[in-house]
Design a protein around this ligand. Structure first.
Ligand code: UN1
Length: 519
């Protein structure tokens, strides 16, 4: 379509029938398998991308290692200055890049633009960080001695990102990693190669202008084979975002060689609404959490626990919001419901809806079978549009599949409780532990929720939904979500190797713990 080619050309990605290079290691190349990027809204092919061949992957990994050896010697504030320029370059392309995110991933435009904003924000953060990655001076027990804790760069960081945040999650990793003095190599989802190529193209220009080797921010597009090669290589840290199933394989593979991992895996996030909650905030909050991004955030709300006193009223209000939502082109202003990203997503959605029927769940909102859940009328029939679902399964039992497994689609399962303890037990009763949200105005509930007997998730919100975290705090989850932390907070500490340096300034050489070795 013309709008696709306009966006691609304004991001300097050559298309016009030709194929697009999907590997950057200081130069653009790609002679591996060709993959097609499909638009989830229309089904059209947005571009054909030449991915990395096995030899190109090996070569790019080698180039990234070399680039690291150069980059680690650049003073951190100077690395920060390069990040500041990357920030400006991204910001100047925010509209086009945000539009490309909508075209290729399928999320609505305000969220596509928001994703670029998240990258800009983390760059700002990393610019500051580049002057603040401070170690400590530790008081030594020995006279005339000092101990320094020094944050040195780690090496090569591989970033394996998912389709649902094709720009921002790479941004979190790149910004911290570069500030820390590492080189990165990016293996994006094989279904969002164009976003990755556009981002890398913007960044590569900044690196080249600064005479920094481009492989400091290398890119290899491709499928499972490419990912397997990167994970099995000698990279020092693998930061992986994706499913629990694949994350388990990645974690084990990297652990075999004692490499480091950051895993950001499944979420199965719950919102709990207490009887004293302000429903005028809670209802739209849950609605955005469950239906926003068509339920395809790691942080999307998938479970809703309502106190019996407000359950009917809440569901009534929620049903009205669901009834008002219409599918639409994600690029059209005012659209709230875009397509699912892929046909795989539609199949998972359909089988989950069928499963809900088979366990006789009450469907408060949504279709009566999986196949009826698709919007088949044009213009939506060519895209992956599905109807959001609110369901009340007959039993609330966290050992059952419907409650335990993450379905990456707009499906919300509801349970009713009488005591907060019960709701917190349900919140914690699943394998995953990413995000959670409590709606209350009673500070006693709040205290319980954020304390030792409260939510066991990495994100524990109050009167704010499960999704939509800012970059300033560390982002990540516990248990089968993988325990990784990215973005703000102390996350940067994972991208460095700490050197504890005991320095003796004296003319004596006493041993620690008063050990006497006879000399
Ligand atoms: C993800 O879904 O993988 O908190 C990341 C949020 C976004 C990031 C989500 N800032 O919803």
């Amino acid at each position: 379509s013309t709008r696709a080619s306009n966006v691609l050309s304004s991001l300097s990605i050559p298309t016009s029938g030709g194929e697009i290079s999907g590997v950057y290691d200081g130069e653009w190349k790609g002679s591996g398998e060709v993959i097609e990027s499909l638009c989830p809204t229309t089904g059209e092919v947005l571009g054909r991308v030449k991915t990395g061949s096995p030899a190109e992957v090996e070569n790019a990994l080698g180039k990234t290692r070399e680039a690291y050896k150069y980059f680690r010697n650049i003073p951190a504030p100077r690395r920060g200055e390069i990040l500041r320029q990357i920030r400006d370059a991204l910001s100047s392309k925010q509209e086009a890049l945000g539009t490309l995110v909508s075209l290729e991933m399928g999320k609505i435009r305000t969220e596509g633009i928001g994703e670029v904003q998240e990258f800009v924000d983390i760059c700002d953060y990393a610019v500051g960080l580049s002057r603040m990655m401070n170690g400590r001076v530790v008081a030594s027990e020995r006279p005339g001695h000092s101990i320094l804790e020094v944050a040195n760069p780690l090496g090569v960081v591989a970033v394996l990102s998912a389709f649902n945040f094709p720009v921002a999650v790479y941004g979190w990793n790149l910004a911290l990693s570069l500030a820390a003095g590492n080189a990165t190599i990016w293996k994006p989802s094989h279904t969002t190669p164009l976003c990755a190529i556009a981002v890398t193209s913007i960044i590569s220009k900044v690196l080249e202008e600064n005479r920094v080797p481009g492989a400091v921010a290398g890119l290899i597009t491709g499928g499972k084979d490419v990912g397997t090669r990167v994970v099995g290589s000698d990279v020092d840290l693998v930061s992986f975002t994706g499913s629990e199933r694949v994350g388990k394989i990645v974690g084990q593979k990297v652990a075999e060689r004692f490499g480091k991992v950051i895993l950001e895996l499944g979420g199965n996030n719950a919102a709990i609404v207490m009887p004293d909650a302000d429903l005028s905030l809670a209802v739209p909050g849950v609605f955005f959490g469950a239906v926003g991004t068509a339920g395809q955030r790691c942080t999307s709300t998938r479970r809703l626990f309502l106190h019996r006193q407000i359950a009917d009223e809440f569901l009534d209000k929620l049903r009205r919001l669901y009834a008002s939502i219409q599918p639409g082109d994600p690029l059209v202003e005012g659209t709230l419901l875009g397509p699912l990203h892929s046909q795989d997503g539609v199949s998972t959605y359909s089988s989950t809806v069928d499963h809900l029927k088979s366990i006789q769940a009450e469907i408060i909102s949504g279709p009566s079978s999986g196949s009826e859940g698709r919007y088949t009328q044009e213009p939506f029939g060519s895209g992956n549009f599905v109807k959001p679902v609110v369901a009340v399964p007959k039993t609330v039992d966290m050992s059952e599949k419907i409650w335990r497994e993450e379905t990456f689609a707009p499906i919300l399962n509801v349970g009713v409780f009488d005591e907060i303890e019960q709701a917190v037990e349900w919140n914690n009763g699943v394998p995953q532990g990413l995000s959670s949200s409590l709606w209350t105005r009673d500070m006693r509930n709040l205290g319980r929720w954020i304390g030792p007997a409260g939510s066991d998730c990495g994100i524990v919100n109050v009167n704010a939904g499960t999704s939509g975290a800012e970059i300033g705090a560390s982002f990540g989850g516990n248990k089968s979500t993988g325990w990784g932390r990215e973005s703000g907070g102390d996350a940067w500490k994972q991208y460095v190797r700490w050197s504890a340096c005991t320095i003796n300034f004296s003319d004596k050489a006493p041993l620690a713990q008063g050990v006497n070795f006879g000399t």
